[in-house]
Design a protein around this ligand. Structure first.
Ligand SMILES: Cc1ncc(COP(=O)(O)O)c(C=O)c1O
Length: 384
């Protein structure tokens, strides 16, 4: 029998909160509060409180959130913005689309997060900001980031699309730097039932600017101070997110428990390099559990045959994408430009029972035990 262990299971999540979600949706329909309205305001207040930020602006998606945040910072046209080479394209796309120049820097091989040592080598007098991505839900060392930014006069944008609820030294990420952005894409730890995004900041002036940019440059209905755009988190998504926000801490707790099970069960297995748990006063949100192995492709096939779904984040490092050919030759010495071939994301989420996690561990251990057995046989054949 083929066991199906899903990478993501939004249907089972919905089943677990169905009554709450259905009644919340019903009330938005009855009140016809589709754009703006009480649900949006309540979600913005609750999400800001949850993340420990002074201001939250709901927007259309995480990519818009990044573009609007960059625009609100008002960097000089053509300024260079450093972006980690391992992320989703939105992290860099938003820079270019805001009239700024992307400069990729490497990520740390232990954390996959922006490597400040490499950033330092890529600074020029035109560098004005850093996009730090709390990739996979792993919080960046924000003390180091802020000290570095201060030393070099840089603004800090936190791309927290994958890191709702993640904490650096007991502070939730997103408003530790100048401005932070979130995605509520359905598969995220806090996901809407469509697109959604948010911007967080503790700076009231930046928050006001971001809100105006997202709303045609206006505060009052036809009072447009400048040309902005239309990027909205709608009432239905806001009400769904309010329901899910009440469960988020529990879901992240479950993700952490699964991560610990994986780490205990897989330590020393084959050539696997496992994610590290953050220090005790920080919290990984484990949006993704990414391992590294030279046998990535064979392991993924083995797991697929065993009914276990996996993912790749990301199969091609950003500087190697056709979209960035214009930047010139790819720096093949970068860890990120090599590691993309070895990364494999295992299933993680509150949809998994302990037995599922044990099954994944058994299947991976079996794969490497067989591989080692085959190698031993080959060696014997050679020596005989
Ligand atoms: C790191 C990162 N940044 C930005 C985004 C963009 O978010 P959205 O898909 O909501 O536009 C994503 C979404 O996948 C992401 O993973």
């Amino acid at each position: 029998m083929i066991i199906i262990i899903k990478f993501l299971d939004l249907q089972s999540q919905y089943a677990s909160i169905r009554e709450e979600v259905d009644s919340a949706i019903q009330s938005v329909l009855v009140n016809a509060s589709f754009i703006g309205g009480a649900e949006l305001t309540a979600f913005e207040t609750e999400f800001a409180a949850f993340q420990g930020a002074a201001h939250c602006v709901g927007v259309g998606n995480g990519t818009d959130a990044l573009e609007i945040a960059l625009e609100a910072l008002d960097l000089p046209p053509g300024a260079e913005v450093i972006v980690p080479a391992n992320s989703f394209i939105a992290s860099s796309e938003a820079v270019t689309r805001s009239g700024l120049r992307v400069v990729f820097a490497d990520v740390n091989p232990d954390t996959y997060l922006l490597d400040l040592g490499d950033v330092k080598r890529r600074l020029t007098p035109r560098t004005k900001a850093l996009v730090v991505v709390h990739l996979y839900g792993n919080p960046c060392d924000m003390d180091a980031v802020l000290a570095f930014a201060k030393e070099h006069g840089l603004r800090v944008i936190e791309d927290a699309a994958q890191a709702h609820g993640a904490e650096w030294r007991q502070r939730r990420v997103g408003a530790i730097g100048d401005i932070g952005t979130f995605s509520f894409y359905p598969g995220k730890n806090l996901g809407a039932y469509g697109d959604g995004g948010a911007i967080l900041t503790n700076d009231g002036t930046l928050a006001k600017k971001a809100r105006m940019i997202a709303n045609h440059g206006r505060v009052a209905k036809y009072d447009h101070e400048f040309e902005g755009r239309n990027s909205r988190l709608d009432g239905l998504q806001a009400t769904i997110l309010r329901v899910k926000l009440r469960h988020l801490d529990g879901w992240i707790g479950r993700r952490n428990a699964i991560a610990r099970q994986y780490i205990e069960g897989l330590i020393g297995v084959g050539d696997l390099i496992l994610p590290q748990l953050p220090q005790a006063d920080s919290r990984h949100a484990f949006h993704l559990f990414v391992v590294r192995t030279a046998s990535r492709r064979a392991l993924a096939h083995h797991l697929e045959a065993a009914g276990i779904q996996t993912g790749r984040h990301y199969p091609v490092a950003l500087p190697k994408l056709a979209a960035y050919r214009y930047l010139g030759e790819v720096d093949v010495t970068m860890f990120a430009n090599q590691a993309d071939q070895y990364l494999l994301s295992l299933p993680i989420g509150e949809h998994l029972a302990d037995e599922d996690v044990h099954e994944v561990i058994r299947a991976i251990s079996g794969f490497f035990a067989r591989a080692e057995g085959l190698e031993a046989t080959d060696d014997e054949a050679i020596t005989r």
